[in-house]
Write a protein that binds this ligand. Structure first.
Ligand SMILES: [Zn+2]
Length: 272
């Protein structure tokens, strides 16, 4: 769950930004992406993606997901202390998968045995899930698509395309219950959004559509992708910073390097 390539990229980018070598960043990114090979509906597997397993209660689900993150962080800290940097990077990558998925999946139930079964049983849900997992895309009306990139911590550059087949835009009086007066044809807009991520703020349709197809149960799910991605990116940075702070705060206890010196060694590591 979650697009594997997005998980990989987010992790590689964050580690490189934190000063890790390219090899280390790639290694953690692959460990992260490998978590998506476990897509079953058991609690053990669903919880890895911050979703709840078949028949799992919500409280149990929240507790188990939290435990995956706490354990992963501890494993990484222990591995850094004993200078098993490869293990530390693997555990960091795996734990970041759950952290990133938490931003997207928000503990939804996952009763499906795999992606194939999910698409067969709940095609609408899976379509929305997929669009949201794309992270950069939010879909507004049936034919409006937004793609946006984060170019600053709170600034997004977007491209918005639309295709409206309705041709009664210039009709002097819109027919009762007819097509909404949208600009006919197709076109694109370049957008710069400052503050809230595009798609995270719901704007009420000023021309309520009698077709009723625009506001469905999954509408907010479909437009929350960009906001979710921003949250996942921030949480990823946050996790790495927390581990760094913990390592740097720990004084030496014996001949092994510790504190900032140990963190520096970790940053310089190159997995063979
Ligand atoms: Zn996942």
């Amino acid at each position: 769950m979650g697009l594997t390539c997005l998980h990989n990229k987010m992790t590689v980018d964050a580690l490189k930004k934190a000063g890790f070598t390219d090899g280390s960043a790639q290694f953690a990114g692959s460990a992260n992406a490998a978590v998506d090979e476990k897509q079953g509906n058991s609690s053990e597997q669903a919880n890895l993606h911050a979703m709840c397993g078949l028949g799992q209660g919500e409280q149990d689900c929240l507790r188990k997901v939290q435990k995956i993150i706490t354990d992963g962080k501890q494993d990484a800290a222990d591995a850094i202390a004993s200078q098993d940097f490869k293990l530390a990077l693997r555990r960091m990558g795996e734990t970041l998968h759950t952290i990133q998925d938490m931003a997207f999946h928000k503990f939804e139930p996952w009763p499906f045995a795999g992606i194939g079964e999910a698409i067969l049983n709940a095609p609408n849900y899976m379509f929305c899930h997929l669009i949201r997992d794309l992270g950069a895309v939010s879909v507004h009306g049936a034919l409006d698509v937004d793609v946006s990139w984060r170019i600053g911590s709170q600034v997004y550059l977007g491209v918005r395309g639309f295709y409206h087949p309705s041709n009664n835009y210039f009709a002097p009086i819109p027919p009762l219950g007819g097509q909404p007066p949208e600009i006919p044809g197709f076109g694109g807009l370049l957008t710069i959004t400052i503050g809230a991520p595009p798609g995270s703020v719901r704007v009420r349709d000023p021309y309520p559509d009698s077709r009723g197809s625009v506001e469905g149960p999954y509408s907010s799910m479909m437009s929350s992708g960009r906001a979710d991605l921003t949250r996942a990116e921030d949480e990823t940075d946050d996790f790495i910073q927390k581990i760094q702070k913990d390592v740097e705060a720990k004084p030496a206890n014996g001949p092994l390097p510790a504190g900032p010196e140990l963190w520096k060694l970790f940053l310089q590591f190159r997995p063979a």
